[in-house]
Write a protein that binds this ligand. Structure first.
Ligand code: ZN
Length: 290
């Protein structure tokens, strides 16, 4: 794990000293610099809680090397450590592993949010260590990765760690690093995902016309949350193979048309789970969670 994170984020920050784990009574774990406290109940011999080992280790970078400036920025610790757990799973099992971990996070967040929604930035008192900072925070990094692309994303993490090493950072500092590497404005992204609340609920459907056009309809039907702008990947399953296309979904009602010589066998919405959302079909009643 240390080797993996050192490769991804930059060298282990306390190489001259050590990384240790102290087994403690009780149920808590805590990322003390160079020596994580780890509950004895998590030592099972089954690797069941490796995700906690990964989470606390990742805090050596996200929390101990780069420390948040104020509690408003707590997601810089917890969202980053939580996403790092998913990155470790990706390292072991590839993109399918990453996807399944993100779906775990999504379900944890969805089960939590009812009636308690607040922005990731500056959580209310008593909600500093909640699913919005951890699991939704991880999702924001996942979506950022989708928006800026893999190469930029890994470069952003390294640059941010290096720039604020043994120092303090704020959300706006991370935002600035993202824009510098990506080379374009990301205010829209941070506004909706970090300073704003909620997530989109998409309604998705498609049809094929005799003019050889595939018509895609995507509505945003969330009532309690604002409209979201995101690029969305569509996967067309054809008899000859598959084809992916990217569309920007910004409005409440969105229609896209593509030329195809044949009627696709199916069209999939965000097949690799890059977007934190709920998805409903036009044809089925009730929510269709992916
Ligand atoms: Zn943590």
């Amino acid at each position: 794990m240390i080797e993996f994170y050192a490769g991804a984020f930059g060298e282990y920050p306390f190489l001259e000293e050590k990384y240790g784990t102290a087994e403690i009574p009780g149920t808590a774990s805590m990322e003390h610099q160079t020596c994580t406290s780890y509950s004895s109940r998590l030592v099972t011999g089954t690797h069941k809680y490796d995700y906690i080992v990964a989470h606390e280790l990742a805090h050596q970078w996200w929390g101990d090397l780069v420390t948040l400036t104020a509690w408003e920025d707590i997601w810089l610790n917890e969202g980053f450590a939580t996403y790092s757990d998913a990155l470790w799973v990706e390292n072991l099992y590839g993109l399918e592993g990453l996807k399944s971990r993100m779906i775990d996070f999504r379900d944890i967040y969805f089960n939590h949010h009812e009636g308690q929604e607040h922005a990731i930035y500056d959580p209310p008192l008593g909600h500093l260590f909640c699913e919005i900072e951890y699991e939704k925070g991880a999702w924001v990094l996942h979506m950022l990765r989708f928006v800026v692309g893999d190469d930029n994303f890994w470069q952003i993490l390294k640059e941010y760690a290096q720039l604020y090493a043994y120092s303090n950072a704020r959300t706006e500092d991370f935002h600035a690093v993202c824009e510098q590497i990506y080379g374009a404005d990301l205010t829209w992204f941070f506004e909706q995902w970090i300073y704003g609340i909620g997530y989109p609920v998409y309604q998705f459907g498609w049809g094929f016309s005799d003019r050889n056009k595939v018509r895609i309809v995507i509505n945003q039907i969330q009532e309690e949350f604002p409209l979201i702008s995101m690029p969305v990947e569509l996967e067309f399953i054809l008899s000859s193979g598959t084809e992916k296309k990217l569309v920007w979904v910004n409005e409440e009602k969105n229609i896209f048309e593509f030329d195809f010589q044949e009627k696709p066998l199916n069209v999939l919405f965000d097949p690799d789970s890059w977007i934190l959302c709920e998805l409903e079909s036009f044809h089925k009643k009730g929510k269709m969670k992916r």
